[in-house]
Design a protein around this ligand. Structure first.
Ligand code: ADP
Length: 357
């Protein structure tokens, strides 16, 4: 056993922010892998809130039995505003000291990673694992929960399609994703939707309605239009506009949180296993302040701040000075990640356009 591994006697694991199917698979894999390396594991309940309120349980190998297939997170998750304040952070650190937690693995989204960086900077090495159904963390091509959420969305839309076909209707379906169109564009393609509105691409309502009228005249009976969430007033009103403009009876459905739950798919369970083992290995090797990412089909690690700034670059939310500490080479890497993500959407949108009629 190496010296760095010996230094870590106990680590903590938590899920934080919005839950995602596959978080349980992360908790299980982190626990088993750490124990395999001779390290004890503490489960922190309710995300960072559990560190503040001292809600921490010891996890043995069998405590994580029979959860690999379960949605949600058995340690629970929460949004904890107190953790963003210095006083809350200090309480969290006291709890880590009390239980002699030498490092933490935190599964969640970008908010969770900001918390991870704060902990790392205050002497509690922390590594993030991306868990969010929206797949909206720019530094990683994939986040745990995305595949399950998409598959559940497909099942729901398939059902709507059945009834649209029977009654010669259209259904506008608002899917999850916050501002990110990943679930929307992929499920639109998979369900044979006639149109898809996402924020990443320009959307021409008139052109869609004209296309629908033409297709109806040619005999097409059912129409599915997928719209990303983000503007709660848009989708429902859009359904009304379609009905008025095309004369096709149009229903509206908001899938909402139903796609957040459910048993994780193979993709999410295997990704959880790969990312968790990598996170434990990095932590025990003395690394900190990293997020585990998927790029190509490889599992890699990225500095959390690099990941957060890349995210802001992609979302056009850069603040003054954000890029100052990065070399031209690192900036080039950030731009390449953002360009690849944009191209991914453009490619999918083009594919959809060519076959959605
Ligand atoms: P997600 O991780 O899914 O993006 P949130 O944005 O709600 O979800 O973040 C999860 C939690 O991470 C928050 O409730 C808070 O405890 C912590 N957090 C978020 N932003 C920060 C921040 N700027 N500094 C420290 N902790 C943060």
């Amino acid at each position: 056993m190496s010296e760095t591994v010996k230094k870590f006697r106990k680590i903590g694991v938590l899920a934080s922010g919005g839950d995602a199917p596959g978080m349980n698979a992360v908790i299980r894999a982190v626990t088993r892998c750490a124990i395999e390396h001779g390290v004890e594991v503490m489960g922190i309940k309710g995300g960072y809130a559990g560190l503040i309120s001292d809600d921490v349980v010891k996890l043995g190998a069998r405590d994580v039995s029979n959860i690999v297939n379960l949605g949600g997170t058995f340690l629970y998750s929460a949004r904890c505003l107190e953790f963003k304040e210095e006083a809350g952070m200090q309480k969290a650190i006291e709890t880590c000291r009390k239980y002699e937690i030498d490092g933490i693995i935190a599964c969640g989204g970008d908010g969770t990673f900001r918390g991870a960086t704060d902990l790392s900077n205050r002497g509690i090495p922390t590594i993030g694992i991306p868990g969010t159904i929206d797949n909206d963390i720019t530094a990683t091509e994939y986040s745990i929960g995305f595949d399950t959420a998409m598959n559940t969305t497909v099942q729901m839309i398939d059902r709507l399609r059945d009834t649209c076909l029977s009654h010669a209707r259209c259904n506008v379906v608002e899917v999850m994703g916050r501002d990110a169109g990943g679930i929307a564009i992929n499920t639109a393609i998979a369900c044979g939707a006639v149109g898809c509105m996402i924020n990443e691409m320009p959307f021409d309502e008139d052109a869609l309605m004209k296309k629908m009228i033409r297709l109806r005249n040619e005999g097409k009976r059912q129409f599915i239009v997928v719209v990303v969430e983000g503007n709660p007033y848009y989708s429902e009103a859009f359904a009304k506009r379609i009905e008025e403009a095309t004369g096709i009876e149009t229903k509206f459905a908001r899938l909402a949180h139903v796609v957040r739950g459910g048993s994780p798919t193979l993709r999410d369970r295997v990704t959880a296993a790969r990312m968790s083992v990598r996170a434990v290995e990095e932590l025990l090797a003395g690394k900190s302040d990293l997020v585990v990412c998927e790029r190509g089909s490889s599992i890699v690690t990225t500095d959390i701040n690099f990941a957060l700034i890349t995210d802001r670059m992609y979302k056009n939310k850069l603040r003054d000075g954000d890029l100052d500490k990065y070399s031209e080479e690192e900036l080039e890497k950030m731009r390449a990640i953002c360009d690849a993500k944009r191209r991914g959407f453009e490619d999918l949108y083009k594919i959809m356009d060519e076959i959605s009629w």
